[in-house]
Ligand binder design. Structure first.
Ligand code: MN
Length: 227
């Protein structure tokens, strides 16, 4: 192999509950996957197939670390989400087999520059700069899939101790197996891929100094402070 002409990018990893490290390959995100959130954003949740956007792997902020307030926005929003970590890849994965491809789960935040996302929507432009900016993906510790039922469980986000988002995984419009089956028809899923499954209602702006604490029943927590 030819010699690298610049240093290779560092492999991003997130810690697992048992002290391991999960290498992150890609981060896929599902848009509008809770009916009440779709409505608060001005959409009809009953008519849409799942759709996706991505964040680069190196947007990950490790659990407990600070998140710098990003540049170029005056409207940074929190989106609390269940994150699925793919352990075994595949294309055209059947819904019935989908959960066997999951290594584990964590709580995560799809941080969003809402003003840039809204401008992009209006102009019919990509969402990348609204969604895939530096430090936009604070993630909790991964727990193995065994013993986790991703079809139910309370999902909640507190900002400075006040509940801002609260719902249940049972309200996902597209379930975790349906998302894996659908996404694996669009791209070949690979070990290391993460899927952020969408946020419930209650998204709102955060400011420097705010402490965000998310919790998913049976999965765990995610914590960051905006600095
Ligand atoms: Mn989201």
């Amino acid at each position: 192999m030819a010699e690298l002409v610049i240093p290779a990018p560092e492999q991003v990893t997130i810690p697992t509950r048992d002290g391991g490290a999960f290498p992150v390959r890609r981060i896929f995100c599902v848009g509008r996957n809770y009916a009440e959130h779709a409505r608060e954003m001005g959409h009809d949740p009953d008519r849409e197939l799942p759709f996706y956007f991505t964040k680069p792997a190196d947007t990950v902020v490790l659990n407990g670390a600070d998140m710098p307030y990003p540049t170029a926005t005056k409207d940074l929003h929190h989106e609390m989400e269940l994150v699925v970590a793919i352990g075994t890849g595949g294309s055209d994965i059947a819904e019935a087999d989908a959960l066997t491809h999951v290594w584990g789960y964590c709580a995560g935040l799809d941080m969003t520059r809402r003003d840039l996302q809204n401008e992009a929507k209006k102009a019919g432009r990509p969402w990348d700069m609204g969604k895939g900016f530096d430090h936009s993906a604070p993630l909790g510790v991964l727990v193995p899939a065994q013993g986790v039922d991703p079809s139910r469980g309370r999902i909640e986000l507190k900002v400075n101790g006040q509940v801002r988002q609260t719902s249940d995984l049972g309200k996902l419009i597209w379930s975790v197996p349906e998302i894996i089956a659908n996404l694996s028809r669009l791209v070949a899923l690979a070990p290391g891929d993460l899927i952020m499954t969408g946020t419930p209602e209650g998204v709102a702006a955060v400011q420097r100094g705010d402490v965000l604490e998310g919790m998913i029943e049976g999965v765990g927590e995610v914590r960051t402070r905006i600095v």
